[in-house]
Every structure is written in C-alpha cells, then in structure tokens.
Design a binder for this molecule. Structure first.
Ligand code: MG
Length: 279
C-alpha cells in the first residue's frame, strides 16, 4: 500500500496544506482512510509523519478540516513552532499519528483519570532515518508513555520503523533502554518541559513517569481504534471533527464521500501566488 502527498499553499504560511492520495491517485483522509494496521498478524502499524526529527514547526493532521490535510498549528493567529528546550533541538523523534485511532474526549481513562485529547494517538519513532513530512511508515510498537496535558490524556506511543537497519533488535521498551541509553529519559524530559517556554505549566505523567511495555501499548492503541470505529460509524458524536472519508465502506460510515467530492474540496483550497513588482 503506497501513498503520496500533494502540497498546497506556501510553506511557513497560514495557507500551507499537505493533502494525501492513495496508490490510485485518489484523494484520501490520512486520519480515516489509511488503515491502522500495515500487518495485523505481526502487529505492524501505519504511522503518518507530521513532524520530522530535529524540526520545530508544529505540523499536524487537521482533524477539523475536510480530508484532514497536514497543516501547521496556529495560536493567536501565529504559526506555532516548539521551542528548543535545552539540550534538545526541535522534536527528538519522527513524530506523527496512527491513522484510524481517536482519543475520545468523552472517555475517562481508568489509569490516568483523564479524558482523551480528541486527536489520533501520537507516535514517537526512534529509528535513525530523518523522515519526511507526510511520509507513511510501518512501525513496530515498543511501549507507551501516559502523558497528562492540562487535564487530558495524551498517550505517546514509542515505536521503530520496520525498515530501520536495527529494527530486528528492538522488540520491547526494555530494548530501547538497553540499546539507546538516555533516549527514554530525554523523551520524558522533552514532553514535561516543551510548553514551558510558551508560558504553560509542565506536563505530568501517569504510572510514576514510567513507560508501559509493548503489550500495554498495543492494547491502548486497539482501544483508541475502537473509539475511532464508533466515531466513523456515527455511534459517537463527532463534534467539530471532520469525518468525511473516501475509503471506509459506505455501510460502515455515513461520512463516506465520492472521489469527485473529495477532488472538489482540494481544488477549492486556494493556492497563493506571491508576485514581486520591481520598479
Ligand atoms: Mg495527542
């Protein structure tokens, strides 16, 4: 299964959008139309890369926009960039989300005591490659961190690209501890402090700041997939989320739309052209 991306608008501007297409060249939603599993029998998941390692622009799947392109988060009319929290530079992993998952804001998690953050589940990919924005990779899940961000549960899955040259050595969270010493500690430190330069409090974590293992992580991902299934089949209210999709079968989703409708939606996204006039 392969996917491509198409840029609209100008990078580093409010107009920038990254739309997704499938192998047949049809526009799709990266939130709803990319299958969660790359290989269910092997527990291999798809991840949509939103923020490549070492970069700062807070790019994310626009869950409230038609076809959910990737766009940069905006706060008070300004594009959002995460600060470099010493000694880190930008995001310290390839950061993204698992498609077809959703942290239901109406569901209170038994372990964190907090409701979901209304987004697909987040992933920190620890392989050696610096990925591209919009890349769809296949990952092995290794563990999970239960972050609590201003009273919301915001799980962070730790995973490795199956194509990483060292992927075979990584099978659980203990392998990360052993083979990449300091990386998990840096991960907790990063998430604890990354919003402090923007005047926000430090984030907290459940389980005494400790990572849970692979099995726990997979169970958590599966539960967010079930929340997504209820969302896409309209068993749960979608609120402001845009659930239009082109691949979930119409029987399973009342939000399924035609290829033409999707094409029109992208076509209506403006392309801004900057014209310099010299005199
Ligand atoms: Mg999240």
């Amino acid at each position: 299964m392969s996917f491509t991306v198409e840029e609209r608008g100008n990078p580093n501007s409010l107009s920038y959008r990254l739309f997704f297409k499938n192998a047949e060249g049809k526009y799709i939603s990266p939130f709803h139309d990319i299958p969660m599993y790359a290989d269910e029998s092997q527990n291999i998941f798809h991840v949509v890369v939103e923020v490549p390692r070492w970069t700062n622009a807070k790019m994310e799947i626009a869950t409230k926009d038609l076809l959910n392109p990737i766009k940069q988060d905006v706060k008070k009319g300004k594009l959002r960039y995460v600060a470099n929290v010493f000694p880190h530079k930008g995001y310290i992993w390839n950061y993204g989300a698992i498609p077809q998952t959703w942290e239901d804001p109406a569901h209170k998690d038994g372990d964190t005591g907090c409701c979901g953050d209304n987004d697909p589940i987040d992933v920190c990919e620890i392989g050696s490659k610096v990925c591209s924005r919009g890349e769809v990779m296949k990952v092995k899940v290794l563990g999970i961190l239960a972050m609590i961000d201003e009273g919301e549960t915001d799980w962070k899955v730790i995973a490795i690209n199956v194509e990483d040259p060292e992927a075979s050595k990584f099978n659980n969270i203990s392998d990360v501890q052993r083979l990449k010493p300091g990386y998990l500690e840096a991960t907790v430190d990063w998430f604890r402090r990354y919003k402090v330069p923007d005047g926000k409090p430090e984030n907290r974590f459940a389980f005494n700041d400790e990572f849970k293992d692979k099995d726990f992580a997979i169970e958590t991902i599966k539960s967010t997939h079930n929340f997504w299934k209820d969302l896409i089949s309209q068993k749960t209210k979608s609120g402001e989320l845009n659930c239009k999709n082109t691949c979930v079968s119409a029987g399973d989703s009342p939000y399924c739309c035609s290829v033409d409708e999707a094409k029109t939606a992208v076509g209506e996204t403006h392309c801004y052209v900057v014209v310099f006039i010299y005199s």
